[in-house]
Design a protein around this ligand. Structure first.
Ligand code: FE2
Length: 329
């Protein structure tokens, strides 16, 4: 099992392992469009043993509790039901089986911090991207997570604050990417996400789909979109495994500083800020304000409250959950 390998040995293993090239069939248009327009890129990660079902099962077996989130989406008619739970006594292999048969998704967060072998993959990803994309200043504060989700699972309309990519390694999904400007995304939406950290709480209307770019992702395909582009995801009728990578380029960091300052004014001080400039004296003053507020308890209070843990996986019935209040579902 994975726990029997000391971290130092795993790091050594990661460094010494022969690494297959990750990016394939890169063309000059992808370099020109990176960060400016959604792009679909070929990769080889679905061929790596680290992302085989056996490799993922071993990873789950050793995954620290504080680094994963397990979500149950309820029945087909429970629109937007979202409850958090625990793996319980199931092995990694059984967890994957439960997700394949249920309405669940498992988010293994910061896999690069949990296991050095995946940190090596993350480094190689951005090394290869960096050779082709010159202007992201080393892709700072990058991280790597793995999403394992049920057939038909959805991620509702939302936007993320850092720069993001989605790498498909198993199953198929449809991704809708929307313009990162009003009316699809307003400044106050970004400010609210920055302040309250609730990504899915932005308005959506069905006609937005008429203006979305729609991509079907298969194993060996990655999607990268412009900063903050709203998106939603629908799995096809199969188990899905995807990797998310993120980083905070200069534009994302400056935007975050602006959104924190404007959000503090709008949602705490009752004043609607007019400017979204990320330069000049006004922005400098907002930066000082954010720095001052970050030393207070005010920001910490604004963070989302963690949801209660309401269920664990049912060891006897794959795909079902046991309510931690004692009921079965
Ligand atoms: Fe997202």
């Amino acid at each position: 099992m994975q726990q029997t390998i000391a971290p130092a040995d795993r790091a050594k293993e990661a460094r010494s392992a022969p690494s297959q090239r990750i990016l394939e069939h890169w063309t000059p248009d992808l370099t020109a469009l990176w960060g400016k327009h959604p792009i679909k890129v070929s990769h080889t990660l679905h061929q790596s043993p680290l992302f085989s079902m056996e490799g993922l099962a071993a990873l789950i077996d050793a995954y620290p509790r504080e680094f994963y989130m397990l979500v149950h989406m309820g029945g087909q008619n429970d629109k937007k039901l979202w409850r958090e739970g625990e793996i319980g006594s199931l092995s990694g292999k059984d967890v994957i089986q439960a997700i394949a048969q249920g309405r669940l998704w498992l988010n293994l967060r910061q896999t690069n911090d949990v296991d050095p072998r995946y940190a090596g993959v993350l480094d190689q990803m951005f090394e290869e991207i960096g050779i082709r994309v010159k202007d992201q200043s080393g892709f700072p504060t990058r991280s790597f997570g793995i999403l394992i989700s049920s057939p038909g699972a959805q991620v509702y309309y939302h936007c993320d604050l850092p720069n993001q990519s989605l790498w498909q390694v198993a199953g198929r999904k449809r991704v809708y990417v929307y313009p990162n400007k009003a009316p699809f995304l307003r400044g106050e939406d970004l400010e609210r996400i920055a302040i309250y950290e609730v990504e899915v709480d932005i308005p959506f209307d069905g006609w937005y789909d008429d203006y979305a770019l729609v991509y079907d992702l298969e194993p060996g395909q990655m999607l990268h979109w412009p900063l903050n582009s709203p998106h939603r995801v629908v799995n096809y009728d199969c188990l899905n495994v995807s990797i998310t990578t993120e980083y905070w380029a200069h534009e994302a960091l400056m935007g975050h500083r602006l959104n924190l300052a404007n959000g503090a004014m709008r949602y705490r001080m009752g004043y609607a800020p007019q400017s979204r400039a990320v330069s000049g004296a006004g922005f400098f003053a907002k930066g000082l304000m954010v720095r001052g507020l970050s030393r207070t308890k005010w920001f910490a209070k604004s963070k989302k409250v963690h949801k209660p843990i309401e269920f664990k996986l049912d060891a006897g019935r794959p795909g079902h959950v046991v309510e931690l209040t004692g009921r079965s579902a």
